[in-house]
Ligand binder design. Structure first.
Ligand code: NOJ
Length: 548
């Protein structure tokens, strides 16, 4: 069995500033996070992914970095950070951090120096154009919030490139000094004890931008270089990349044409994410089956990271317009729920109408599909969203801990909080919080704890193979299996409201005392697998055989 830790990990994504505030200033901080590590350990997660921790003007939730070698003073100090890494490790939890090196904040001293003079040593660290680039209104990532990708800087008297907001100038990857600096940043944080990086915007990092060319070349070799560098510094460090690209381009991010896995270890599976949403919206698993079939085979050591919700909008851009509209109709019918014409700015529980059966079903499905599951903070409680907040902030409200004012997130006056806590109604902290759910063995939180524990006993899921089991089955039912040298698991997930039955006896006649290890309810023993019932929106995880 593989001993690559990331294949068996459960990753939990949290933003320190909305997680737990230890000093009552209204902003979550590292000490607050340390105080909640026992909660995370009990939940069963094994890797904590922290959204950007660096000093920042905070105009894009920290994705506008002003100093790569420090933590934002609002969150604490570097000393606090190393304490967090140490305390987490003590509880069997690794820490990875966001590495945002496609761009810096326009307040970063490098950019300030670069724009100030043609002689600045940092001038060539950014991407400039003397002439107004013809493609300046193309390639925006945030349509509606961003009008262009080139902006004129009156100090430099030049146009600068920014794939994202105009306060995020892109770094120039063609410059060897920039490449060296990125490696130095990685080495610095590895030295402080992190286990790797969630690399932001990877397809744009490697873009060798040419003004006027919306399809500038990409330097994939930089990924091999970076991988080699971090692996030398720390053998088991990983790169987990955000690369939402066409399926045929994906394999190049994992490794070079020789088929080796010498670039990114793990990629978020955006394709599967869109298809999962479509399948849930339709109550029919066909879209997932297509995704399993169409996914390129990964080189050994390459791994998918699966997710349902992250800190951004649900990105449906890989679906057709018609499919996207189906998902909008089910999960984001109001214009106010939609974002950038391609996505939905809601959390999963409200998207599924707060229906507990469907929430469990969705997460049981995500966690049992191939790859490493990634969970966004608060999803384990079924937290809601706040559509009065701008854009993606709707799903970035503070963690709801208990019944105390501000949901126990902070003792500061409500008006001073980094973002308002959701209060009142079905998703307010008064009804949805960690403490209430911790005391209730039937709560969603208790279910997540159970589900993650069960997953840990099924290493086939993360490390083994995953395949659709093609048998006659009711239209809402997905049957898939995971196999490894450790054994075999079979999974039934019913995406439709109607009950169903499936016969798997001819496929697995040798099943060795099959038994349900997780299910939405008590079912009759699987027996010979010939009459496997699954309730509407129900699921069964069945162990077929276990090898020592
Ligand atoms: C992708 C991140 O997920 C998003 O939150 C951010 O705004 C952009 N990259 C820019 O860094």
């Amino acid at each position: 069995m593989s001993d690559r830790w990331y294949e068996k990990a459960v990753i939990y994504c949290a933003d320190i500033d909305t997680f737990a505030d230890s000093n009552g200033d209204g902003v979550g901080d590292i000490r607050g996070m340390i105080g909640r590590l026992d909660y995370l350990a009990r939940l069963g997660i094994t890797c904590l992914w922290l959204n950007p921790v660096h000093p920042t003007p905070n105009r894009d939730d920290g994705y506008d970095v002003a100093d790569f070698y420090n933590v934002d003073p609002r969150l604490g100090s570097l000393g606090d950070f190393t304490e967090l890494v140490h305390q987490a490790r003590d509880r069997g939890i690794r820490v990875i951090i966001d590495l945002v090196v496609n761009h810096t904040s326009d307040q970063h001293p490098w950019f300030q120096s670069a724009r100030s003079s043609p002689d600045s040593p940092y001038r060539d660290w950014y991407v400039w154009s003397q002439a107004q680039p013809e493609d300046r209104h193309q390639g925006m990532v945030f349509p509606g919030e961003q009008a262009e990708t080139w902006t004129y800087d009156r100090t430099a008297k030049l146009w600068y490139y920014h794939r994202f907001y105009k306060f995020q100038p892109d770094l120039n990857i063609k410059n060897p000094e920039v490449r060296e600096e990125i490696k130095k940043i990685c080495a610095f944080w590895l030295q402080l004890g992190v286990s790797g990086f969630r690399m932001d915007a990877v397809p744009f990092i490697i873009e060798e931008t040419e003004p006027g060319n919306p399809n500038s070349p990409k330097d994939m070799e930089f990924l091999s270089e970076l991988r080699q560098h971090i692996q030398w510094r720390q053998g088991d460090a990983v790169l987990l990349a955000e690369a939402n690209v066409e399926p045929e381009q994906l394999k190049d991010f994992f490794g070079d044409a020789g088929g080796s896995a010498n670039r990114i270890h793990m990629l978020f599976d955006f394709m599967l994410n869109g298809r999962l949403m479509l399948a849930l919206a339709r109550g029919n698993p066909e879209a997932i089956i297509d995704a399993l079939r169409d996914t390129p085979k990964l080189p050994d050591g390459g791994q998918w990271a699966t997710f349902l919700r992250n800190h951004d909008e649900v990105d449906l851009s890989r679906l057709t317009a018609e499919q996207r509209n189906e998902v909008f109709a089910q999960f984001g019918p109001d214009e106010n729920m939609q974002l950038y014409g391609r996505g939905i700015r809601r959390r999963l529980a409200p998207m599924l109408g707060g229906d507990r059966r469907r929430i469990e079903l969705a997460y049981a499905l995500q966690f049992s599909l191939r790859g490493t599951p990634v969970l966004r903070y608060g999803e384990e409680l079924g937290m809601g969203d706040d559509l009065t907040q701008d854009g993606r902030d709707a799903i970035r409200t503070p963690m709801q801990w208990n019944m105390a004012p501000n949901g126990g997130f902070s003792t500061a006056p409500a008006g001073q909080l980094v973002r308002p806590v959701i209060t009142g109604g079905e998703y307010g902290y008064e009804k949805v919080n960690a403490t209430l759910q911790r005391h209730d063995t039937r709560s969603l939180l208790s279910w997540f704890e159970r589900m993650i524990r069960t997953l840990r006993e099924a290493p086939e899921v993360g490390s083994g193979s995953c395949a659709h089991v093609d048998v006659p089955a009711p239209s809402g039912l997905l049957v898939h299996r995971a196999d490894d040298v450790t054994g075999t698991m079979v999974f039934l997930h019913n995406l439709a409201p109607e009950d169903g039955v499936v016969d798997l006896s001819s496929l697995f006649p040798e099943a060795d005392f099959p038994n349900d290890v997780l299910a939405d309810q008590e079912y009759a023993e699987p027996g010979k697998l010939d009459k496997l019932a699954v309730a509407g929106y129900g699921y069964r995880w069945i162990r077929l055989c276990r090898k020592p």
